[in-house]
Design a protein around this ligand. Sequence first.
Ligand code: ZN
Ligand code: ZN
Ligand code: ZN
Length: 283
Amino acid sequence: MIRGSCLCGSVGWEIHGPVGNMSHCHCSICRKAHGAPFATYLSTDMDSYRLVTGEGTIRRYESSPGFSRSFCATCGSVVPMRVGEGRIAIPAGCLDDDPGIRPSMHIFAASKAPWHPITDNLPRHNAYSAESTLSEVAPPAGGSAAPGILHGSCLCGGVAFEINEPFKVVHNCHCGRCRKARAAAHTTNGFISIDGIRFLKGEDLLLSYKVPEAKTYTPTFCRVCGAGMPRLRQETGNAIIPLGSLDGDPGRGAEDHIFAGSKAPWYDITGNLPQFDEMPPAV
Ligand SMILES: [Zn+2]
Ligand SMILES: [Zn+2]
Ligand SMILES: [Zn+2]
């Protein structure tokens, strides 16, 4: 049995049959829905899947005609969704158990984030592979902005913001909370000062979920589409920006992997960035 659950635990599921089609998806819809550099899915038959808890907490957003993205209305985690032909797509970032299989390819590699290099040797496809069951639509229109200003938005377009400050630091974070919050292998979050971000619309659509046992961990998402959104931390004067929410290219990506000691068992960290088991030593 393979179990999974959202960050807050409201939505939980079990898989009792074979799983397959595990791949990293770089399409613009996945990147926005997860607020992550890419999403990793596997799939199983509906007959092998059982939602244990949380039906009433799942919200759906139709990201393309006839295809809905599902997320937890309380914490924003992307949760399993039907993909047709009796199959269900499972976001690997929310798994509690090792699925036993490993990602076999990158799909929509041509749509990848400009700030995220692919550094492993898995095959790269520029669309769906023949075996893939997820559906894709045209990417949302990218924002054009004045020099020095970066635009960002959620998947439904209800929330839009701009950033007028370079990132102080950008981390790939592999901690268990980040993996669940964004239902992905890891987050890529940039930090700026709170004065460096301005919401253009939809600030009232933002929802935050504070992890009860955490001191400050409070991921933020759009209540309509579930997309990962910036979080303003008044207490520290920082804003945390999921790079997956950006429409433009910040011209840089992450400088390291943090909490690499907590990484998902199904994900290998490749490339040359420094890795820290927890936080990097203070400088
Ligand atoms: Zn939840
Ligand atoms: Zn995708
Ligand atoms: Zn939205």
